[in-house]
Design a protein around this ligand. Structure first.
Ligand SMILES: *Cc1c(COP(=O)(O)O)cnc(C)c1O
Length: 345
């Protein structure tokens, strides 16, 4: 096969910013060490891009959600540094964990039994302190299935760390109760937003995800966190519209005067959802190019009035400063990152 021709969608990953974000979060974690959540293909940015950078920055504890995500991460780090948050659902999962050396996060008595029956070994334990998602209940900590576990990291997860909610202190108190009765090598509570709640929440290991990749879940992280992903899309065609011409599916935009427009190689299949269309713009340098009509699967159309010098094949910037893009689109910063499509080079 010949080499692939140049792409019409690309995303630049600012590795220096990713390194600086991890170091900033590690420093803000105080005595605790920062790990790195790299689930969902490194929050959409690509495990093969982000894991080596985070490893070289100093991260030694990585988290994915699914077993199927483990192998790609293991290409870059030792198995003893990886935990699978969903834990084992079947004997096959437990066997896979034992064969690879990846640590399962045990989330229930059932998972504890599966793990012990498979032969057990070092694992992590999730305790639910109020999010009611995964994790054993605090009162289950004394169950013989749990007391038999060999626990590396005892963890819990905050539900509202991105808000000034009384729930944060309640979860902290519940976690402190549990840790007195569960022997573990390390303790871990804070995600990205939790790191900004201060040293009480840091324990031995923090688990940032979003903020590594440029997300800012709390204002305390403003200034400390830099944008990491810079997507760009190429112009496929320039067109001239006459007054009365409409654009795109369902003719949602009609020109009231002659216009020069660009058809751009970016659509909802690339994670640029329809809600990012109306009222928004692509950028060329400082020039704003308003989006006209509906976002299609593979294309959008933009008004070129502010950049008459544009040519077919030129690159346009997708504004992806996450706090701003989230405010403008109504999507969460997490969604904006993890939607990043697979056609980006
Ligand atoms: C995803 C996840 C994290 C990372 O959370 P962010 O809000 O992205 O920092 C940490 N811990 C657990 C258990 C998670 O599921």
């Amino acid at each position: 096969m010949p080499d692939l021709p140049p792409p019409t969608l690309r995303v630049r990953i600012d590795k220096a910013a990713l390194t600086a974000n991890w170091r900033a979060l590690d420093a803000m974690s105080g005595q605790a060490k920062a790990g790195a959540a790299v689930k969902a293909d490194g929050y959409g940015l690509g495990v093969d891009r982000v894991v080596p950078v985070l490893r070289d920055a100093g991260a030694e504890d990585f988290f994915v959600a699914h077993w199927c995500e483990a192998l790609a991460v293991l290409a870059h780090i030792p198995a003893s540094q990886l935990s699978v948050l969903h834990g084992p659902l079947s004997a096959e999962d437990a066997r896979f964990a034992r064969a690879t050396g990846v640590r399962p996060v045990i989330n229930s008595l059932h998972q504890a039994r599966l793990w012990l029956e498979s032969g057990g070994g070092l694992c992590d334990l999730m305790v639910d302190t109020g999010i009611n998602r995964l994790g054993i209940s605090p009162h289950e900590a004394s169950d013989p299935l749990i007391t038999r576990l060999e626990i590396d990291t005892l963890m819990s997860h905050l539900a509202s760390a991105d808000e000034d909610s009384p729930m944060n202190a309640r979860q902290l108190a519940a976690f402190r109760q549990v840790l007195q009765n569960v022997p573990a090598r390390r303790l871990s509570l804070a995600n990205s937003a939790g790191i900004a709640l201060g040293s009480d929440y840091a324990f031995d290991l923090t688990r940032p995800g979003l903020a590594l990749y440029g997300g800012v879940p709390r204002s305390e992280l403003d200034g400390a966190i830099a944008q990491v992903a810079y997507p760009q899309a190429a112009i496929l065609q320039l067109r001239n519209l006459s007054a009365g011409d409409s654009v795109g599916y369902n003719a949602m935009f009609t020109a009231s005067r002659p216009m020069r427009v660009a058809v751009v190689s970016l659509g909802y299949a690339d994670g640029f959802l329809r809600c990012r269309g109306p009222g928004a713009a692509l950028l060329h340098g400082e020039s704003k190019l308003p989006i006209l009509g509906r976002v299609s699967m593979d294309m959008i159309v933009v008004d070129c009035a502010n950049a008459p010098e544009l040519r077919e094949g030129d690159w346009l910037d997708v504004a992806q400063h996450l706090p701003d893009a989230a405010r403008e689109s109504g999507l969460s910063q997490y969604e904006l990152l993890t939607l990043t499509g697979r056609r980006f080079r």
